[in-house]
Ligand binder design. Sequence first.
Ligand SMILES: Nc1ncnc2c1ncn2[C@@H]1O[C@H](COP(=O)(O)OP(=O)(O)O)[C@@H](O)[C@H]1O
Ligand SMILES: O=C(CO)[C@@H](O)[C@@H](O)COP(=O)(O)O
Length: 518
Amino acid sequence: MRFLAAVDVGTTSARAGIFDVSGALLARAVSPIRLWMQDGQQAEHASQDIWRAVCTAMQAALNDSGVAPETVLGLAFDATCSLVLRDQNDAPLALGPDGRDTIAWFDHRAATEARTLTQANHPLVRSSGGAISPELQIPKLAWLRNARPDLWAQLGGAYDLADFLAYRATGRPARSASVLAAKWGWDAQTGWQDGWFRDAGLADMRHRAGLKSDVVALGAPIARLSAQAATDLGLTAHCMVAAGAVDAFAGALATLGPHKTRGLALIGGTSTCVMGLSRTPLASQGLWGPFYGTVLPDHYACEGGQSSSGALLDHVIRLYGNCEPSPDLHTALAREINDCLAQYGQDWGNEINVLPDFNGRRSPNPDPMARGLITGLSLESGRGSLRKIYWRTAVALALGLREIVSGMGKTGFDVSRLHLAGGHARSPLLVQTYADALATPLDVAAAQDTMLLGSAMLAATGAGLFDDLAAASVGMQQPHFSVAPEPAGVAARSRDFAVFCTLRQFQATLTRPEPERI
Ligand SMILES: Nc1ncnc2c1ncn2[C@@H]1O[C@H](COP(=O)(O)OP(=O)(O)O)[C@@H](O)[C@H]1O
Ligand SMILES: O=C(CO)[C@@H](O)[C@@H](O)COP(=O)(O)O
């Protein structure tokens, strides 16, 4: 009677799951989190609201599972790489009203700072694929210092969201080695690079952000739940909390594991993260990493990706469907599009072509100021036009993945079979389009919430139920189903890719916006 609890915080919801030691998900629950958006560039959460959603989801999952709380031995958190800011009294550092103290991962307010660090050829540039992304934590903290010196003076702690949740749960402000390496410029072999921070004018950053030496290896125990957190979550103070991960890294752990080294996982959610795992460091232009020990000990992980993928499909629904996206609407559109493809063939809608860089480009040629394109529009409106633009946006996301995956293949990753997880795995349309565009079979996670499974593996390791993380990732592995590319789709996506490459050249001639000081 030994169970594990896992939490995955995405962009718009917190998910909680209860697992058994074989990795089977017994129950899951979802609770929405608030996201305050302004002008498409700024996005904030409130950590208090996120904690409330985590507790609501965990209590509901536990209740549905029928598992006795005292039999839940371990808990771990994964989350988007959003930045939580606290003041010197450990209260929310007020970025805005309603307790907003968290800059969402895709917020680009630090574009100026990211560019300055890139131009100064800051050493982070190399592990950021050639250009520092405003989505990383160091440029965001530099923004705080430059744009809000009043808040900088009050700063008492800065956390990646997964680390903050573990702190909230235990009272110990430890940092996960995985999170620090992936998003903070910390290195497992050389530690903190204080010289870099000095160069970035952030000499006091570590002190202000509370970045001391309390670094815990991924999946290692941090502490048991505090009495208050145990009550809030519906668990007991006996439950051990393990060091967590950024969501895509938890997804890579769940899908790849030690036997699939050099494998690639596509984690498709609001963004798409292409995660590569290898025993030796593999690096190239446009890839974040290689980061040691971020998915498994003795392994390196690399990340390529698209900053807005699911977010772009949602945006298209808002723009051309004039309504709010929902899972049911995605499913209905996918069904209607498949009917059109069956009737008119794979070239249906190909007068419309899209470049998907609506929130900049992460890979393969990183450019946070890149913008999206849609060509071939007519005066058509209504459901017919939404269907077609949604379809061609899905194609564009798949072609963007082809660019990224092909580069990762040249870097040394095995691209003969890829793994897919995340919300996109729920869409048969996206799954087939990805397989066709990549001309590669996909292993698709059969169970929902692969990130939760990754966190459950971390929780099991922290609770001492496996010898190490590699054993947990093998012992808790879950089934997948395979989807093969279809010849007609492969041929059509190859034709599309030729147009996509032409549009890339055209895009390079267009004016890009300057970063705005917010
Ligand atoms: N049938 C579907 N159901 C739900 N989401 C879908 C579906 N098809 C595509 N999506 C996309 O998946 C995204 C949600 O993925 P998810 O992994 O839940 O997100 P995150 O972890 O980033 O919060 C949405 O933005 C949506 O555009
Ligand atoms: O940057 C990373 C992973 O490194 C993610 O946190 C970010 O892309 C957000 O992920 P989601 O698409 O919300 O799952």
